[in-house]
Design a protein around this ligand. Structure first.
Ligand code: PXL
Length: 445
């Protein structure tokens, strides 16, 4: 069974909010996304330059077509624009509403961050009269809740008062988002006479399209049959991820990244499989002479922008060690190598394509050969500033930075000659584990 969700909203040419955010969000939840476009905005991350409202019969036709043939498991409304469109949407979905065909999530979009009206002032009354009574759940932020009720929100009690008032306007459930209220950004749901609080943390960074993606996530989960409370819980987690991995584009408000929800999981699997295959090859090779005293490891990071911390880098748990005449390695696990994770994360700051690294025993002959065929650099641990030395875990990022600066790029090989109690080491860097293995093969003497 394929779940189908419909968004009735405006187009954001910058791809951050509106229809574009909704469709990405539906995809992230493996729900087939459909759209009835109400208006086209000409916008980028800085501002909205122009708005074209589609003729209301065209809006109506889009919805009718979809319902007639494909069917809808849940729908949401976003930017509706003007009174004519509001009336066309309401008359079309009220038939489905009466038959309880599908739930409708109403995101009462009114004003963009830049101050541009996305719902004409003159249409607010029509919105309250025609759209709110069709809402299974409505998702206002602070400003929208204030506008709909005339209540000024100063604290939690005002939020609850607002929610009760909006419920009286005909919505089945109300969630007032805390993104602009207080430091801890608690969302408050009013459903079946009961308040539920969803604690959150105020997240900074790329937030354009947050409201659209959040309501689309609720819509997608309702389509799958989750109830309101479950859908909100999932949508909250989803939106935190989408903000954390925001898309740093443009010169203004950058957008959230709805696809991160599924992309991280997909990339993890690819990283795991590629690294596992390469490690198996390596272990079947005659490599015991390449294993350093401290053991060998092989690490592979998630792609940009998902590689942020140690847990985003996979490696061999317990390292690759000598076991008699053979090499032996543990499971592939994310977050299992601190040293190599730190090294590759630093390298990726300079070249995001260099995602794999392996450490091998320091050997003058190997280095000699490397100098002939590869780009190579080093750092000197004896030159490490005392300040860095005192800082837990700062040595490797410092060293890698030194080595990269020395040659003006991320080289194939980085080595250091050790220090008191520190074994000298060679790192082989590459785009992926296969690339590193190829380089290793060329170095074997
Ligand atoms: O985030 C609200 C919103 C909804 N729909 C469209 C938008 C915006 C904000 O800019 O452009 C089309």
């Amino acid at each position: 069974m394929i779940y189908k969700a419909l968004t009735i909203a405006g187009s954001d040419s910058g791809g951050g909010a509106g229809i574009q955010a909704d469709l990405k969000t539906f995809s992230a939840f493996n729900v087939h996304g459909m759209s009835a476009i109400t208006s086209v905005t000409a916008q980028n991350t800085l501002d909205i330059r122009a708005i074209f409202y589609l003729p209301s019969p065209m809006v109506k036709k889009q919805i009718e077509c979809i319902i007639e043939d494909i069917g809808v498991d849940s729908a949401k409304t976003g930017m509706l624009g003007n009174e004519k469109i509001i009336k066309a949407v309401a008359s079309t979905i009220s038939k489905a509403f009466k038959k309880k065909e599908f739930p409708v999530v109403v995101d009462p979009v009114m004003v963009a961050k830049s101050g541009v009206y996305l719902l004409q002032e003159s249409a607010v009354d029509a919105f309250i009269k025609h759209i709110i009574p069709l809402a299974y759940i409505i998702t206002p932020n602070k400003y929208e809740a204030e506008k709909l009720t005339g209540i000024k929100i100063k604290g939690k009690e005002d939020v609850k008062k607002c929610a009760k008032e909006i419920k009286k306007l005909g919505a089945h459930a109300v969630i007032i988002k805390g993104g602009h209220i207080g430091e801890n950004a608690t969302d408050i749901l009013f459903h079946k006479g009961k308040f539920t609080e969803y604690e959150g943390r105020r997240l900074r960074g790329c937030t354009h399209g947050t409201g659209c993606s959040f309501s689309a996530a609720i819509t997608a989960n309702l389509a799958k049959g989750y109830n309101i409370e479950e859908s909100i819980k999932i949508a909250k987690k989803f939106i935190s991820t989408a903000i954390k991995y925001g898309v740093k584009i443009g010169h203004g408000h950058c957008p959230v990244n709805p696809i991160s929800w599924i992309a991280i999981e997909a990339e993890k699997w690819k990283v795991y499989e590629e690294l596992k295959m390469a490690v198996n090859k390596l272990l079947n090779d005659n490599i015991i002479d390449l294993i350093p005293e401290v053991g060998m490891n092989f690490a592979y990071a998630l792609p940009y922008p998902y590689a942020k911390e140690m847990k985003d880098v996979a490696s061999v748990e317990g390292r690759i060690v000598r076991a008699g005449e053979k090499a032996r390695g543990g499971e592939i696990k994310f977050g299992s190598s601190r040293h190599l994770a730190k090294a590759i994360l630093k390298a990726m700051e300079h070249n995001r394509e260099m995602r794999a690294v392996m450490n091998i025993r320091y050997d003058k002959n190997i280095l000699k050969k490397a100098k002939e065929i590869f780009s190579i650099s080093f750092y000197n641990r004896q030159q490490e500033p005392a300040k860095i030395k005192k800082q837990e875990g700062a040595t490797i990022p410092w060293g890698i930075e030194q080595a990269i600066k020395r040659v003006g790029k991320v080289p194939d090989i980085i080595y250091h000659e050790g220090d008191i109690g520190k074994e000298p080491m060679i790192l082989i860097l590459g785009k992926n584990p296969e690339d590193v293995l190829k380089k290793l093969t060329k170095l074997k003497i």
